[in-house]
Design a protein around this ligand. Structure first.
Ligand code: PLP
Length: 415
């Protein structure tokens, strides 16, 4: 093969995405994406679709924030927009308890850094105006940690992940919002993993000034479509007064294409950038699926199936350290300890997409995004048990099956 060869057409096989995300995209979303007509980003139905998305997103997120819309891209695109109001020299406290909140803190350090901070460490600046509070992997960010740091620093901004997907931990959103209110801090929340899974309404957390999520986890859309964001009027007023260093991710300018002008809903959007009718159609269908399922019911379904998976992997001898309901983070039994990456590689080679953690310590992560049925959870458990046993674990597959059967029978008994 040389540079001048034309490669054969790329085929990417179907896999079972059983990790932290992306989840297996709903067939309805794929169909919407593929059946959208060829239309430009100012065509009437594309603009109408964006407005409908905006209105549905407000319902999914439980908010009256006018500045609620999608940022083209993935989670980091939405987060870049969320953190755009942080300017060099701003004081920030960032809570870190895993890979993703760690990257949030890096983003924040880059934005709050002065020129000298950047020159000293261009890829990893450490401005003194940003305080990073590190909570050990496998633990949640709790009320006392939040209160102590905010009372001590009284920063302009505080940043936390709602659900930290790196360690599978749920952080205390109530305590975060309350402490932000108490200390006059504007909270910014990475809700990439919780939106579409957890049953919460933005407007119940007035200490939080801005939120960002992603398309391809709980929201069930395709990566590189739209990352949901939402900003309070307070955030927008601060941004209007101080400006920011972004055109494309500017929360006020970008909102224009979604029909948000001068802080109000307009009849149609105006040009900000080229949007994709395919992406709009996919996002629209994903939001419809979320609303049809219902937020409370969806949250209950995740909790129910996650509990089944947890019981089954415990029966296989694994130790679960997470408390998210879309993701199980576990330690392998002693016989396989240290072989996590090997196990994940083997599973992935078999079209079963589970993950290790991306930062230390090395653990296994198994997710259930869009896998809300007994059959789907059973398939995940069977594949995982088979892989463990192919590596000589001697795990008790029968016990795992029994755990699943027992779990699912209780629901039937209750109904
Ligand atoms: C997945 C994830 C991200 C990054 O999202 P991308 O879609 O990969 O850009 C950020 N934060 C959290 C909590 C995540 O789970």
């Amino acid at each position: 093969m040389t540079e001048s060869d034309i490669f054969p057409q790329l085929t990417i096989p179907e896999t079972l995405a059983a990790g932290p995300g992306p989840g297996n995209t709903d067939a309805r979303v794929l169909a919407s994406f593929a059946s959208a007509g060829l239309a430009d980003h100012m065509q009437a139905d594309v603009l109408r679709g964006m407005i409908e998305c905006k209105l549905m997103l407000r319902r999914v997120w439980g908010t009256r924030n006018v500045h609620t819309f999608g940022v083209a891209g993935t989670g980091w695109s939405g987060l870049d927009s969320l953190f755009s109001a942080i300017l060099p020299g701003d004081t920030v406290v960032a809570f870190v308890n895993g890979t993703f909140s760690g990257i949030d803190a890096l983003t924040v350090r880059m934005k709050a850094a002065g020129r000298a901070d950047l020159a000293a460490a261009p890829l990893d600046p450490r401005p003194a105006n940003v305080t990073v509070i590190t909570v050990p992997h496998g633990q949640s960010v709790t009320a006392d940690v939040i209160e102590t740091a905010l009372a001590d620093r009284k920063p302009t901004w505080a940043v936390m992940a709602h659900w930290e997907t790196g360690s599978g931990r749920i952080n205390d959103l109530r305590a975060f919002s309350d402490a932000c209110e108490r200390h006059g801090v504007m909270g910014l929340v990475d809700a990439v993993s919780s939106l579409g899974i957890a049953d919460f309404d933005i407007d119940d957390y007035p200490g939080v000034a801005g939120w960002a999520s992603c398309p391809q986890k709980g929201v069930l859309c395709l990566p590189l479509t739209y990352a949901p964001v939402s900003f309070t009027d307070r955030y927008i007023a601060h941004l209007r007064a101080n400006g920011c260093h972004s055109y494309v991710h500017h929360p006020v300018l970008e909102a224009r294409h979604w029909g948000i002008l001068d802080g109000k809903d307009a009849a149609a959007g105006t040009y900000h950038r080229t949007h994709s009718g395919y992406a709009v159609a996919a996002f629209h269908e994903a939001l419809r699926i979320n609303l049809q399922h219902g937020k409370a019911q969806k949250a209950r379904d995740y909790a129910w199936h996650e509990a089944a998976l947890t019981k089954a992997v415990k029966a296989l001898g694994c130790n679960v350290t997470s408390n998210m309901t879309s993701l199980v983070v576990l330690n392998l039994p002693p016989a396989l300890a240290g072989r996590e990456k090997e196990l994940v590689q083997m599973c992935r080679a078999r079209g079963f997409g589970i993950w290790t953690t991306l930062s230390e310590p090395v653990q296994i992560r198994i997710g259930i995004l869009n896998q809300l049925s007994e059959a789907a959870i059973t398939d995940i458990v069977e594949r995982f048990a088979a892989a463990m046993n192919a590596m000589g674990a001697g795990a008790d597959t029968a016990a795992a099956r029994e755990a699943l059967r027992g779990h699912y029978l209780t629901r039937m008994a209750a109904e």
